[in-house]
Write a protein that binds this ligand. Structure first.
Ligand SMILES: [Zn+2]
Length: 233
C-alpha cells in the first residue's frame, strides 16, 4: 500500500523508465501554452503544461493523504521548464539541496515530479508529438517524487552522487534517481489522489479508491478536466 517504506536502492530495476531526454525536448519545443478548459481526452498536444491546474490539485491531494509526501524545492537555486513541477520527497530534496550547495551554481531542471495527468497525455500523444513509447500512468518513476532530469548531467553527476542520487546512465542521460533510504513509493498515492478527487466531484458515478490503475481509473482520468475539478480539497 501507499504508506509502505521501501528501500529503492534495490528496486530501481523494477521501474519502467521513459527516455526523458526526448520527452523534455518535446515539451521544450511545444511553443505557445494555450489555455484549454476541456477534458484530458481532448487535450491538444504537445505540452503537458496544459494540465497544470489538475496537476496542482493532484499534488495537493497527495499531501492530504500522506502529509509531506511531496515538498516543494522551488526556493532552491534552480531554474525550471514550464511543465516541470518542483516537488520531491523530503529526503530527495535534502540531497538535491546539498548537491547544489556543494557545486555552488544554479541548476537547470527539465522535469522533476510528473503527475499521472501529465503522464497520460505523454502516453496518449506519443509519437505524434515526437515522444518515445512512454510508461502508462502509475508506472513512471517520475511519479514517486524521486526523479530529476537535469541540464548538464555530466557536470552535476559527481555532486548529486555525493548526496544520495544516482545517474541512470546512457539510456537516459539527463535522468537521476534518489536512491537513499527512508523514501516511499508514492505511485499508489498518486492514483488514490485522482480517485478521491473524481469521487468528490462525481458522487453518482464513484470509482474504487484502491490506488490501482485499471480501466475504470483510466476512463476517469481521460474524462478529468485539464484545468482541474470544480471541487478540490
Ligand atoms: Zn527522467
Amino acid at each position: 500500500m501507499s504508506d509502505t517504506t521501501v528501500d529503492r536502492a534495490n528496486q530501481t530495476g523494477n521501474y519502467d523508465f521513459d527516455p526523458c531526454v526526448e520527452i523534455n525536448q518535446g515539451e521544450a519545443s511545444s511553443g505557445i501554452r494555450a489555455s484549454f478548459d476541456g477534458l484530458l481526452q481532448d487535450a491538444p498536444g504537445c505540452s503537458t503544461s496544459i494540465v497544470n491546474g489538475l496537476s496542482q490539485q493532484l499534488i495537493h491531494q497527495m499531501n492530504l493523504i500522506l502529509p509531506d509526501a511531496l515538498v516543494s524545492f522551488d526556493e532552491l537555486d534552480v531554474e525550471l521548464e514550464d511543465a516541470a513541477f518542483p516537488f520531491l520527497q523530503p529526503l530527495a530534496k535534502q540531497g538535491l539541496q546539498q548537491a547544489i550547495q556543494e557545486r555552488g551554481i544554479k541548476m537547470s531542471i527539465n522535469s522533476a515530479y510528473r503527475t499521472i495527468a501529465q503522464q497520460l497525455l505523454l502516453y496518449r500523444w506519443g509519437i505524434d508529438c515526437g515522444y518515445p513509447v512512454v510508461a502508462l500512468p502509475g508506472q513512471s518513476n517520475h511519479q514517486s517524487g524521486l526523479a530529476l532530469d537535469v541540464a548538464d548531467p555530466d557536470g552535476w553527476q559527481p555532486f548529486l552522487e555525493h548526496h544520495g542520487w544516482r545517474r541512470l546512465g546512457d539510456f537516459d542521460p539527463p535522468h537521476f534517481d534518489y536512491v537513499g533510504e527512508g523514501t516511499q513509493d508514492l505511485r499508489d498515492t498518486a492514483m488514490l489522489a485522482l480517485q478521491k478527487l473524481w469521487n468528490k466531484n462525481h458522487p453518482n458515478e464513484t470509482i474504487d479508491e484502491n490506488g490501482g490503475y485499471g480501466p475504470q481509473t483510466e476512463d476517469a482520468l481521460y474524462r478529468s478536466p485539464a484545468m482541474g475539478f470544480e471541487i478540490a480539497a
